[in-house]
Design a protein. Sequence first.
Length: 557
Amino acid sequence: MTEKTESLNFIEQIIESDLQERGSGFNIHTRFPPEPNGFLHIGHVKAICINFETAAKYGGVTNLRFDDTNPTTESTEYVDNIRNDIRWLGYEWDEREYFASDYFDQLYELAVKLIKKGLAYVDDSTAEEIAEGKGTPTQPGVESPYRNRSVEENLDLFARMKNGEFPDGARVLRAKIDMASPNMLMRDPLIYRIKHEHHHRTGDKWCIYPMYDFAHGQSDAIENITHSLCSLEFIHHRPLYDWFIENLEIFPSRQIEFARMNVAYMITSKRRLLKLVNEGFVDGWDDPRMPTIAGMRRRGYPPAALRTFCDKVGVAKRDNVIEIQLLESCIREELNKTTARVMAVLNPLKVTITNYPEGAEELLAAINNPEDDSMGSREIPFSRELYIEREDFMEDPPRKFFRLGPGRNVRLKNAYIITCDEVIKDTNGEVIELKCRYYPDSKSGSDTSGIKAKGTLHWVSTAHALRAQVNLYDRLFTDPTPVGHEDKDFMEFFNHDSRKVLDNVWIEPSLANARPGERFQFMRKGYFCADTNFASDNLLFNQTVSLKDAWSKAKKK
């Protein structure tokens, strides 16, 4: 194996082999085919990246196709959100947007073709009878009593199904393959069912709709998709995919499966995500705790970090569970380079600087991001009364506590060194204020005081700070793999403490100009994002990720 081949993932190896076999005129064409029945999630991020980037690597193109074959669960709302999510991730499909419903006429004719070849039949059996007749993985199925209808009768019944003569569930169209096949999907699978439902695009034109397994592969062929890249749960569908292509004698799209994106503490089942939404466990599909793209965007995950995460996970053939710490490490790495450092006090404790003139204030320079000089600096106001974090003070601190305590010196970030002289308590003995002194010649950047301070604290001026609300987040589930426990429902692992609301947060005044979706590092506290609904009268921030990076530290050991 050459060095070049060794650096390729298995999909790229297949494509390179196909290119070599088919010649220079063979152009790579992939597609991303979501069903518009929910919001996209972290698993779709991987599929999007693989399809778009694989095609781009070989000078090919990618279609966006909505596999909209079930009018009961689909809507234009989902279509619009899917478009927004893919564009937000950084991918474009130009004019190559299609719908399976664009091909309903062609798909119907392909089904007729199978009937004429004696490879499909109309079955009057009930859903229960069909399921029972399928048999088990160890026992062959039983042929339907309608399996040997004549071609003429099948054509007539199928046309009458199309014309709306029968109620829902009265009849289905099945492929005639092999009721003894070891692959249960090959035991005369359903091709069409009757659904008198209004479709979001075709309206009431159709009352029969193709099954996903039939529409999907044939839509690939209609669009001349060279490589149908999909996740591993479709591996057992591939023989059926190929059977349709071979017997319909259409463009030979090639299905290749890759491992799903399974991330610890996340779920990617649309049915289960819909349960969380519909039953009010979360505040919608874009709740920042959700593993949806909309939720991750609202939480402040940068699209570049998600693309990096997919790249680091790689393209594998076997399913495994990815540690969520790797995802969080990619997010921190990106945010560290791109976000401004600002000051916000989440649990305030008042500090009065007794020797700072009453009514006086000054503006201090603060660098926005030491990692990127081009981000410039800003001015922050300083005055006699401040807020610091309550956890940054201890009345009787241990020796290695390098923050504020009685008689101890600390530096205020971008400002002065102070020392604590007096602790004020309420009637319950709770500390409510600290009386401190500052050293006027200890100003950051021009310190001539000679005073030493081991710790540096963030702060805000009480006269200028703005009150805000902050959402802190924990894992949505308490178990890294909430799905898959034989004796427990996944909701038993739902973390009812996954969100904590802080409504007495004080932020520096520059944050009043934040834009919805804008990301920041709250110094010493973590990365946060202005909420989608952020406004001058709703200063709401969502925690994106903490500062601590357990993944990177573990890798360095």
